[in-house]
Every structure is written in structure tokens, then in C-alpha cells.
Design a protein around this ligand. Structure first.
Ligand code: BG6
Length: 486
């Protein structure tokens, strides 16, 4: 195996993210032979467990969640033979001695510190690692989002971490960038000449990005109540998708080349004026309803009650990018929890043809659309107009879908975290966010968040299991457009 030998230390190993995403991702990397034989996984958490108890918990979780038959007893045995559970209180410097003792014998290995903890602990953990002599050459740190909940709080966290790690050693995760179809946006845009001349305001009418979830809070109410959809999804995942779709071609796939271009997009986002907030933005909050065939409670009653909360669980925005390429092309973003179905989709809607030569009466000529579906199924489709075949049809037109999908016998699509963890092992930062990018995104998001606050923009109710408040439909229809429906 050619991958670098490393010690992978997961801080917060008993938390939801580690159990649901990180450990399964490491298991799959082990299954596919991507981990060096000399690697070690140290699962660090406060819970008082032995390594055997932690591994038994993992075994149970994996067998329950791997629906695709990918749980293999022999792979699991190999996986846990490299794993050790360490119980320490991360706030106590003296407790890092246990970690130091384990890592002491680790020679010629790089060290990955994955902080899957509350961001308020990032600084403390880095400081304790440093004071315990645990930051060595080849150490890097991985930070989970959210990095703060505003520009100033993210600066505090970034400043603390920067005392101990150089920017090139800091990997800020946005797991959307690890999704295969998201990376496919780069392939689609920059390896096909076909799209290059038409990817601009001259040919594109508008772009829509929807990330809809059918789930509610999933037991995360204390976190979510302080964040809401704008901070939890728009400031990071949706903005990253927007960047990849609209950025200029980077000169290479090198980390800084790609991130420089994304940064330029974020800095070109027009700030919303106070008077525009009620027409260009919608905040929503779900009420009780029916989701996936089951009755579900509303946000205010969920997880023991968020009674007074005005946190938004839905956001729709009209966003403008002030640069040459996108002048006058609106970008419509929307995301929400407890919506009618789970799907993420990007729609590039091209302009109408300037003049129709076809007889009226048949299907009207619809604009071309490129639809990139990220989940649950991954697909890319192009909608074009075509002649209805047959002698009796004259020049009657119909819309047809060109399917640009990946062939079905392609290998298992890796989870985003597998991809990103492997990139950290390989020290490749292209799909991670640089500090200036995160902070520029906060500058833009803060403008809207503060505007909502000052203007007292209220959350609009929507029933769980629907597509959000009707105001979100009005937001796009006011511009003479509508949300894409297949
Ligand atoms: C996370 C958010 O970053 O992304 C969650 O904190 C959200 O609230 C999740 O549910 C969505 O990720 P995915 O990959 O399921 O679309």
C-alpha cells in the first residue's frame, strides 16, 4: 500500500458524527486497501469505555447501517486491530499524558488530529496538544463546521488554532465538497469545451440550487436552535455549490488555485440592502405535518420543545453576483428541513431562443436546462427540444431528456467523508476551505442575518412535508420565473 503511514486521532469519537460518518468512512478506506498497514486510529472521547466496548458499539452500528452488504467480519477485525479507544477529558491538559504515552512509540508517521467536537473546544484541544508536545512535523488538524456562527466568532476560533498550526496544516471540512457529484461539477465544466462558451450571462437566464431535507432536527436541537438554516447550510454548503458552478476556470486543480477562484465569487456576492430583505429572502419554520408518511411534530415542539424559538429551518434567497460573467443572472438558493422529499439539485436554466420558426399549437418551446442532481440519486440531465417523430406530426416539438448519467456498473460511490479523509491523509487541501474563504462567507451571511434581526423579519410557517412557505414561491415568481419541477 502506497498511502502514507499515519496516526489518525478522532477527538469526539463517541459523538454522532464520528459514529455515523467518520468511523464508517475509515472502515471503508480500510476495506478498499487505502490505509497503510502501519496506520493507527485513536478514538478519543470523554465516555468511560474500554477499546473492546467501543469496538462492540461500532460493530453494532455498522451492521445496522450498512444496507449495501458492505459489512465484512474479516475487514472489521482488521479495522479494529488498528484501533484504540482512549477516554480523556479534553479540557484537562494533564489527561493528554495518556495520549502522549500511546503516541510515544509512533515513529516516522504523520499525525492527523480530527476535531469532531464543539468548536468552542478547538482552541483548547490545540493548546493542550501543543503543551503536551503532541504537535510534531507532519501533524495536521481537521476542523468540522461550524467554525463560529458569525465573522467575529469564526475569527476567534481561527486565531486560536493558528497559534499552533500553520494554514497549510489546517483542513476545514465542508463535506459537500467530498461528494462525488459535486466534484463532477469541476469535470463537467472544465473538461468539456461544449459548455465553456455558453457558461455566462449571455446564455444563462438563471441558476437554482435546492438542498431539501425530509428529516427534522435528529436530536440536535440545542445546536440547531443557535444556528438555523442560514448558518448551518447556506453559509457553507450552498455557497460552496454556488462557487463551483460560477467560478472562473482555475489555472490548475491545485488547492490554492481552486480556492482563489471560489474566494473571488464569494467576494463578488452583492450585499442585500435593508429594503430588499423582504422580497429577496424568506425565512421559514416548519409546523407539525406529515413527513415520509408519518405524522411529525413542528420545530417548536420537537426534541423537548423550542417554544420561543424564532430560528429558521428554511431559507430561500435571490442572490446576485456582481462580476462580468454573471451580471444580471439571478441565483436562487433554497434549503430546508422537513420538506416534502430529500434531494439536492442544481438547475442551470438557459435563455429562450430569440425567435421561434415553429408552428404554434404544439408544446411551447421550453428553455434548455442542465439539471445536476446530487442526491439521493446522482444524475446529470440536459433537457432539449426535439421533433415528435412520425409523418403525421409535422414539426410538432417535444421536450426530451438527455441522460448524462454515470454507467450503472460503476464502483460503489464513496461517502463524502471517505474522500475527504483520504485527501487529508494525502495532504491534499483542494477540497477544504481556506480561512479567507470561510471568513468572506461569514461577511456575506452576517449582512443578511443582521438585516433579518434589525428589520425583524419573521419566520414564515410551513407544514412539515411540504416545499416551504408560499413566500418562497412568490420570491422567484415575482421575477417571472418558477422553481424547477421535473
Ligand atoms: C450538515 C448539517 O452539515 O449537513 C445538517 O449540519 C444537515 O443539518 C447535513 O442535515 C446534510 O448533509 P447531507 O450530506 O445529508 O445532505
Amino acid at each position: 500500500m502506497n498511502e502514507i503511514a499515519c496516526d489518525i486521532i478522532i477527538f469526539g469519537a463517541h459523538g454522532d458524527l464520528a459514529l455515523r460518518k467518520l468511523m464508517p468512512a475509515l472502515y471503508h478506506l480500510c476495506q478498499d486497501g487505502h490505509l497503510n498497514e502501519k496506520h493507527t486510529i485513536l478514538a478519543v472521547s470523554r465516555e468511560d469505555l474500554t477499546t473492546e466496548e467501543y469496538c462492540a458499539l461500532l460493530s453494532q452500528r455498522f451492521q445496522d447501517t450498512f444496507q449495501d452488504g458492505s459489512f465484512q467480519e474479516d475487514v472489521f477485525e482488521n479495522f479494529i486491530s488498528h484501533l484504540r479507544y482512549i477516554s480523556i477529558d479534553l479540557t484537562q491538559k494533564k489527561e493528554y499524558k495518556v495520549l502522549a504515552d500511546v503516541l510515544h512509540s509512533s515513529k516516522n508517521k504523520e499525525r492527523i488530529n480530527y476535531l469532531s467536537t464543539a468548536p468552542s473546544l478547538f482552541g483548547t484541544i490545540c493548546q493542550n496538544l501543543s503543551n503536551s508536545g503532541l504537535i510534531i512535523k507532519g501533524s495536521r488538524v481537521v476542523l468540522e463546521k461550524p467554525i463560529g456562527n458569525s465573522l467575529s466568532s469564526s475569527q476567534v476560533i481561527n486565531n486560536e488554532v493558528a497559534k499552533y498550526f500553520k494554514e497549510s496544516e489546517i483542513f476545514r471540512i465542508d463535506h459537500y465538497l467530498g461528494k462525488d457529484t459535486v466534484q463532477n461539477i469541476l469535470a463537467l465544466r472544465f473538461s468539456n469545451m461544449l459548455f465553456t462558451p455558453i457558461w455566462n450571462a449571455q446564455y444563462i437566464d438563471h441558476i437554482q440550487i435546492t438542498v431539501a431535507e425530509s428529516v427534522g432536527l435528529e436530536g440536535r436541537s440545542s445546536y440547531y436552535n443557535d444556528y438555523g438554516a442560514m448558518r448551518d447550510m447556506v453559509q457553507n454548503h450552498l455557497l460552496q455549490l454556488l462557487c463551483l458552478i460560477t467560478m472562473e476556470p482555475p489555472h490548475s486543480l491545485d488547492g490554492d488555485a481552486v480556492r482563489d477562484e471560489k474566494l473571488k465569487v464569494i467576494r463578488s456576492l452583492r450585499h442585500m440592502q435593508a429594503g430588499e430583505l423582504s422580497t429577496k429572502s424568506v425565512r421559514g419554520q416548519y409546523k407539525a405535518g406529515v413527513s415520509d408518511g408519518k405524522s411529525v411534530s413542528g420545530f417548536l415542539e420537537e426534541d423537548g420543545g423550542n417554544e420561543q424559538s424564532s430560528t429558521e429551518t428554511f431559507v430561500a434567497l435571490r442572490v446576485d453576483i456582481d462580476n462580468w460573467r454573471w451580471n444580471g443572472v439571478p441565483m436562487y438558493l433554497r434549503t430546508g428541513k422537513r420538506m416534502s422529499q430529500r434531494y439536492s439539485e442544481i438547475v442551470i436554466d438557459f435563455k429562450d431562443i430569440p425567435h421561434s420558426i415553429f408552428p404554434k399549437g404544439g408544446e411551447c418551446i421550453d428553455s434548455n436546462k442542465l439539471v445536476i442532481r446530487l442526491q439521493p440519486d446522482e444524475s446529470i440531465s440536459m433537457f432539449i427540444m426535439n421533433k415528435v417523430p412520425g409523418l403525421n406530426e409535422g414539426m410538432r416539438l417535444q421536450k426530451v431528456e438527455l441522460d448524462l448519467n454515470i454507467p450503472e456498473n460503476s464502483p460503489r460511490s464513496p461517502d463524502a467523508y471517505e474522500h475527504l479523509l483520504l485527501d487529508v491523509i494525502r495532504n491534499n487541501a483542494t477540497l477544504f476551505m481556506r480561512r479567507d474563504e470561510v471568513e468572506a462567507a461569514w461577511v456575506w451571511a452576517d449582512n443578511i442575518l443582521e438585516g433579518w434581526d434589525k428589520q425583524k423579519i419573521k419566520v414564515k410557517p410551513y407544514m412539515a412535508g411540504t416545499d416551504g412557505p408560499s413566500a418562497a414561491i412568490a420570491l422567484i415568481e415575482r421575477d417571472g420565473r418558477s422553481w424547477y419541477e421535473k
